[in-house]
Design a protein around this ligand. Structure first.
Ligand code: GDP
Length: 333
């Protein structure tokens, strides 16, 4: 519903001002408050061991996260979260990177997605429990809900694995999925083009919903429309720098030449960085709260018998006693 629709519903009348009042500074007040508080962003990286998750994270954030090399012999998938405080100019970002250790390494890969689903739900549950407290401290609460999931697809050039489809299908209503083709320097240009089309058609035919860069903000609608057409991004990661021309660039060197990470004719790394960090980070945070968390909360409340409307579609009002009992039940679930 647009703000003018809401105004009409409320019976609010438009009125003009005959002089300066001062509330035009509200957007600035909001920016200052948010800058002081700092921001938080949580990324989930899903992909098999050795596919390039840690290298891509280091490359994206221009830093060296504490990466521990994992073996291919983990008995089950584990999620490892590490939190870092980063600062760029005067903007503070508390970044959590969650890695899926041992994903797809077991003989039986069928249940690889379950620990991931459980982890995501646990973060929603913790948030819900905080919301239900009498003394809530959501303003300084460390929000651990996952805002984006980078799903690393192996650069096979063939098709998605059944594990990829199964996992993405299980997660698409819980987290914003951004699929990326990892190690894109190992696949030829013509194969890559066909591979991207194949992946997108497989996602559509299996009903997997990936995150679409939003088009409602007209300042970014054009770039987001173009970028939606480039998905999944084919990325190359490297923290090694070398001289190309008279510039130091991040690259991977091979006997036959150099792949430059930030060269848009070599791979989509810059597109991913622009879309994930520079343009849509706030939308990813918002979608997590308004779409995915909302769905989790709604299911939980429905589980204990809450309804907004009765069978005759009339609004239901709960008395304090029923509400208290329901909240106690919710806390015990
Ligand atoms: P992780 O286990 O998924 O975190 O994988 P790593 O980031 O540790 O990378 C595993 C290996 O793949 C390392 O030797 C990296 O140098 C290499 N690697 C990472 N990114 C790329 C890439 O984009 N292309 C190629 N060819 N190799 C990569």
């Amino acid at each position: 519903m647009s703000s003018s629709d809401v105004a009409r519903q409320l019976g609010a009348h438009p009125l003009s001002l005959s002089g300066h009042v001062g509330f035009d500074s509200l957007p600035d007040q909001l920016v200052n408050k948010s800058t002081c508080q700092g921001f938080c962003f949580n990324i989930l990286c899903i992909g098999e061991t050795g596919i390039g998750k840690s290298t891509l994270m280091d490359t994206l954030f221009n830093t060296n996260f504490e990466n521990c090399e994992s073996s291919h012999f983990e008995p089950q998938v584990k999620l490892r979260a590490q939190t870092y405080d980063l600062q760029e100019s005067n903007v503070k970002l508390r970044l959590t990177v969650v890695n899926t250790v041992g994903f797809g390494d077991q003989m039986n890969k069928q249940d690889s997605y379950q620990p991931v689903v459980d982890y995501i739900d646990r973060q929603y549950e913790t948030y819900l429990q905080e919301e239900l407290k009498i003394k809530r401290s959501l303003h300084n609460y460390h929000d651990s809900r996952l805002h984006a999931c980078l799903y690393f697809i192996s650069p096979s050039g063939h098709s998605l694995k059944s594990l990829d489809l199964l996992t993405m299908k299980k997660l698409d209503s819980k987290v914003n999925i951004i699929p990326v083709i990892a190690k894109a320097d190992t696949i030829s240009k013509s194969e890559l083009h066909k591979f991207k089309l194949k992946i997108m058609s497989e996602l559509v035919s299996n009903g997997v919903q990936i995150y679409q860069f939003p088009l409602d903000d007209e300042t970014v609608a054009k770039v987001n429309t173009t970028m939606n057409g480039h998905l999944p991004f084919a990325v190359v990661g490297s923290t090694e720098e070398m001289m190309v021309g008279n510039k130091m660039v991040k690259a991977r060197q091979y006997p036959w030449g150099v792949v430059q990470v930030e060269n848009e004719s070599h791979c989509d790394f810059v597109k991913l960085r622009e879309m994930l960090i520079c343009v849509n980070m706030e939308d990813l945070r918002e979608q997590t709260h308004t779409r995915h968390y909302e769905l989790y909360r709604r299911c939980k409340l429905e589980e204990i018998g809450f309804r907004d409307t009765d069978p005759e579609s009339k609004p239901v009002r709960y008395d304090t006693h029923t509400l208290t009992l329901a909240l106690v039940k919710l806390k015990c679930l």
